[in-house]
Design a protein around this ligand. Sequence first.
Ligand code: NAD
Length: 361
Amino acid sequence: MAHKVTLIPGDGIGPELTEATRRVLEATGVAFEWDVQPAGAEVMAEHGGNPLPESTLDSIRRNGVALKGPITTPVGEGFRSVNVGLRVSLDLYAQVRPCKTYAGVRTRYDHVDLVIVRETTEDIYAGIEFEQGTPECEELIAWLAAHGEKLPQPDTGISIKPTSITGTRRVFEFAFDYARRMGRRKITAVHKANIMKFTDGLWLHVAQAVAAENPDIEFEDRIADNMCMQLVQRPEEYDLMVLPNLYGDIVSDLAAGLIGGLGVAPGANFGKGVAVFEPTHGSAPKYAGQNKVNPIAQLLSGVLMLRHLDEAAAADRLETSIADLIREGKSLTYDMKPSRNDPTAVGTSEVADALIAKLTA
Ligand code: NAD
């Protein structure tokens, strides 16, 4: 039976990356029925000014799985990011960023193999903000003062950090389930519970409760600043980390840096019954349509999708082919060569061709 998957090509470099990935995924022998759906600024005019058509969301809800290219967020007032829109509309609460070094990638670290799970609906990124000087902000400052919380300065802007039992529990339940399915041995909960007792403290308590219900997987916690130092000094001691929204954003970039950067950093976003697979990087508009950029992060997102679809053998074969390609160092894009002007660099579609040759040899 073919897997029905929503395919969102996106814009900028998205269409060429998703096309390369589609061809390679098909070469694994797994059957797909692609449901190609639009999203992004370019499709707004045809969809009543909406960059994220309801039909695209319906397709993801129906199929449960989407492979997505990057989508540009135009700078300017009144444009809601499609990426944020997808996260909110589908309640994608767990972002997964595996960070693994492949031999041949230029990086300071070998043998890094981490997974970052980031909660993506709460925390200081929830978007509850009060602009300095507005009546609402003044009112909030006065309310706080009336409740014994005088701010150090009156000319203050405020962002709120909501952290719920429900939101924390579901991301840890997801993480333990994911760890079990992916053969991970240890979960580290990251927090600043020592400072923020009612938000990160709650996060830690709920994490400990979920850990007690999942005794087959080792559990520990780390304070966020210490976590950063530990990751830089001894990344091999960590396995799967679960972080609130803000720390997750920062630490997933730190971890991407450990493994050689954006070109090789895949990602996935999970909600209840839905999963959207996409690279960490953006739409790099200046390279659009040039058949130049690196498809490996998008391809590795395809590997994650294969695992999610229980196509472990195909996922292993594709990941091995990508690892071989990187180690051999020939059919790679400019960003993975020793120098950016390396004349032996190939284009996006040639990387796909080389992988297809390996998969069908
Ligand atoms: P970006 O990741 O698009 O590009 C930054 C730089 O990284 C590029 O100029 C390029 O040099 C390099 N790069 C990125 N992907 C590459 C690849 N596959 N191969 C080789 N080099 C690559 O980040 P940005 O410039 O900050 O953002 C551009 C647009 O993408 C913005 O509109 C932003 O909102 C959007 N964005 C979308 C997503 C998403 O769709 N999930 C994520 C991040 C950013």
